[in-house]
Structure formats: C-alpha cells, structure tokens
Design a protein around this ligand. Structure first.
Ligand code: HAM
Length: 447
C-alpha cells in the first residue's frame, strides 16, 4: 500500500494542541483583564498590509524590513506583507478610522500573530504572538510610566520573577543626530574590526551597533558614547520625569544605555523587560515612545507610545519558573447508557445539563458500558450517571462522584437538574478553594 507523505509544520512555527492550549488561555485572560484595568480597549487589524506601511514605519534600514518580511506580490503593482509587528497596522487603522478625533488619549491593545523570517531557535520563531498596547495623544512622562506599569502588572500577575526592566532614552531626531555623529566618530577607527553587518550599520544606522550580539563588537562598543549624555534639555527632563513616575509607582528599573530597539520609529523613552531564564532570546517585552509615527503615516502630529510582549517567550519563562496555569475545564457529567432507549435518554439529559451551563458528554461512538466508564475517567469527568432499561423503568439512576467513588440515587424525572446542581455545589465547596472563597466573599458582601 502506498503511504501518504507526512507534511510537517513549517520551520519556526508552533502548534498549540488542546492539552497545552489552556496555558495560552491563562496568559490571554490576564493580559485582557490588565489592559482593561488600565483603560485599553481591544483593536483587531488585518494580518497583512501594504508593504510600504512597514517600510515607512519600521524603517528601511532595519533587519525586519531588509531581511525578515514575508512579502507576497499581488495583481498590479502593489505588494503585501504579513505583519512583522502590530504597531504599524494599529496606527494605520487608528488614522483610517478617525479614532484620534474621539478624544485623547486613545488606548488600544491587541493580541495577534506576527511573521518574521528569522533563523528559528528557542524563543525566536517565524510566526509568533504578541500582546501589545498603544497609547496615543499623551506626551507626558507619566504616560510612559503608566504604559510600563501595565506591562509590569501583567508580568507580576502571571507570577513571573526576576524580570529586569531596562530603560533608556534615545532622544528626539535633533539630539539623536548629534549622538549619531559621536557614535560614527567613535566606531570609524574600528571599522575593519567590526562584523560585516555592523560595517553597514556604521553608515546607515549607527545606533544599532550597540545592539550587536558578536562578542568582538560588544568589546569595541564597551566605551562608546552614551545617548543620555547627548539628550537635549526637553528630552533629558522627559527621561527624568519617567524615572520619577516609575519611582512613585514602586517599579524597579535599571538605566541601560545599550537598549536602542530594532525598529526605527522610536523617540525618547525605550524599554525592555528581560528574563535570564530562557537563554539568549530573553526579551519578553519591548517598547517605547514613537512621537513621529502618526504624522509619518499621514495622521495629524500625535505623541504616542506602546509595547509588545512575545507570548511564546512569556510561556517559556512561566514554564521555566514553574508558574501556575489555570486549570483545564473538565467534564461535569458523563451520561453513560446501555441500550437504545437509555442512549436516547442520555442525549436528552446531556442537552438539559448543557442548557444549565454544565459541561456534559455522552457516548458518540457506540461503546459498551465498561468502555464508556473508561472514557469518562480519561476525560476526568466529575460525575457519571449510568442509565439502562431498569433505571428508565424505575425513574431513578446512580450518580457516581468519580473522585470519591461515592454513589447516590438521583431521580431521572423533573428534579434531576436541581438534585444534580445541589450535589455539584456541595462538591465544589469542599474541593475547590477558589470556588469556596468566591462564595464566601459573596456572602460577606451581603452581610
Ligand atoms: P519588538 O521588540 O520587535 O517590538 O517585539 C516585541 C516582542 O515580541 C519582543 O520583546 C519579543 O518578546 C517578541 N518577539 C519579537 N520577535 C520575535 C520572534 N521572532 N519570535 C518570538 N518572539 C518575538 C515590536 O514589535 C514593537 N511593535 C513593540 C511596540 C509596540 N513598540 C511600541 N508599541
């Protein structure tokens, strides 16, 4: 017999299989909730955009635009690119939908997939997922600190530890131009010793020299001039304001002059949250201010800032640190049956249970009773009802608590839902701490 060839997933992509997906839900629930606590509303944007959007915003000298974009040509002279990040499309959508006229600041968040043709390794994928936030129309240093505080809150609520917040200021176009010259003057005598990429960066984007991973280049960059010494008065005051506000919120940080970010739109504050627990790709969150981007993309001049977290890196760090994930939902009631009439009753009971909000299942593959019980065990059903001809006749069946093995009689008539609900409630009170404290807090409120 000819065997069909197995097609594997593309390099640098991941599957989230049902047994693992609850980990994603844990992170997604927390980020949505935290974003809403800080006043951010969700935005959804297309997976692909006109290529020019990324070239103009991310920048044509960046690695992302030069080497990593998945671009497809289309009919006519337009090309489209799978989004390598979420900021450009979000700002495009905000301008296009007139959202900046609805009162400022505007605060949006997104959960989306991004695509970069990078060399895949642990923590570096070709399709990855970001939770990101963008705040538009707030120029004050407290806006920077508040945005950083949201990222800090998410990491804390997920139980992550030892994540260091690195901050820097890369100034405005005026003060950065002077710094760029100072960097060029510093690196020029070392041109021949630099790696090929950095030789190119020296001409096009000297700030990126500070970010090179090569040990030789890092040694050369050790005594390079630092941006904070070149900040103009306004940029310096802004950076002091950000630090002061972080202090007020009790958020620890280190000032790291090597944080320059890999995307061109940034101005003033830039920051990264870095973990040491997942290897070389330890930046779990990166962001900063980008006061020129809205205007660059055709909107009215609007200060803005934001960040994005790499969800795969967050999950890797949570796993490495043994953080807790929310529990997978398990079946509340499995309705086992023997015989045709009982099978029909099982369908009816499961449907009624689902209408009440319970998770209920019954046999769909024609298994015998023993195999049905095995299946109920496998799906970790909390309760099983067994129905056969005699149960149909008497109108009463056995309800088995699968954790304790305890069996009680339960009426199959009108009282079924109420009786099951009462037993379920008692069981949850005695076994589920979260449920018990929820019920107790409700009772306290009523007193
Ligand atoms: P970014 O630093 O390019 O910034 O990406 C943000 C985060 O996405 C990184 O810190 C990392 O956790 C994750 N990430 C990036 N590339 C990969 C990859 N190949 N595999 C896995 N995870 C990755 C931005 O994208 C900006 N748009 C952030 C921003 C929003 N700045 C202002 N607003």
């Amino acid at each position: 017999m000819k065997m069909a060839m197995l097609i594997k997933r593309p390099n640098g992509t991941q599957d989230a299989v049902p047994g693992e997906v609850y980990k994603w839900h844990t992170v997604e629930n927390v980020v949505r909730d935290s974003a809403e606590q800080f006043g951010f509303k969700e935005i959804r944007i297309p997976t692909f955009e006109e290529t020019g959007l990324f070239v103009r915003s991310v920048g044509d000298t960046t690695d992302v635009v030069q080497k990593e974009m998945y671009t497809v040509s289309s009919t006519g002279d337009k090309t489209y690119t799978l989004r390598p990040e979420g900021t450009a499309g979000t700002i495009r959508a905000i301008i296009e939908n007139g959202i900046l006229n609805e009162g400022l600041p505007q605060k949006v968040f997104y959960l989306l997939s991004c695509f970069r043709h990078e060399k895949a390794q642990k923590g570096r994928l070709r399709e990855f997922h970001q939770f990101g936030c963008e705040m538009l129309g707030a120029a004050s240093p407290s806006a920077d600190a508040d945005t950083i505080a949201l990222a800090h809150s998410v990491l804390g609520r997920l139980g992550l530890k030892n994540i260091v917040l690195n901050i820097n200021s890369i100034g405005c176009p005026e003060c950065r131009a002077k710094y760029r010259e100072a960097l060029k003057a510093y690196f020029e005598p070392h041109r021949e010793e630099l790696c090929a990429t950095c030789q190119e960066r020296l001409d096009k984007n000297p700030l990126r020299l500070l970010d090179c991973k090569s040990a030789e280049d890092q040694a050369i960059a050790k005594d390079a001039p630092i941006m904070t010494d070149y900040l103009c008065e306004d940029c310096a005051a802004h950076f002091e304001g950000v630090k002061k506000n972080l202090g007020i919120m009790g958020i620890d940080y280190v000032v790291n002059p090597k944080i320059v970010r890999g995307l061109d739109y940034y101005t003033r504050t830039v920051f990264e949250f870095i973990s040491n627990d997942i290897g070389s790709q330890g930046t779990v969150c990166g962001g900063g201010r980008y006061d020129g981007l809205v205007e660059e993309l055709g909107g009215k001049p609007t200060p803005a800032l934001g960040f994005a977290m790499g969800l795969e890196r967050i999950l890797l760090t949570m796993e490495a640190q043994g953080c807790e994930f929310m529990e997978e939902k398990t079946c509340d009631l499995y309705v086992a049956s023997m015989g045709e009439a009982a099978a029909a009753k099982a369908v009816e009971i499961a449907a009624a249970m689902r209408d009440e909000g319970f998770y209920a299942e019954y046999d769909l593959v024609g298994r015998g009773l023993k195999a049905q019980m095995k299946y109920a065990d496998k799906i970790r059903a909390k309760y099983v009802i067994v129905i056969g001809d005699s149960e149909l006749e008497s109108g009463t069946a056995k309800l088995k608590n699968m954790a304790t093995g305890e069996q009680t009689d339960i009426s199959l008539g009108e009282g079924l839902l109420d009786d099951f609900g009462a037993q379920y409630y008692e069981m949850m009170l005695s076994t589920d701490d979260d449920f018990r404290s929820f019920v107790e807090s409700f009772a306290d409120d009523k007193q």
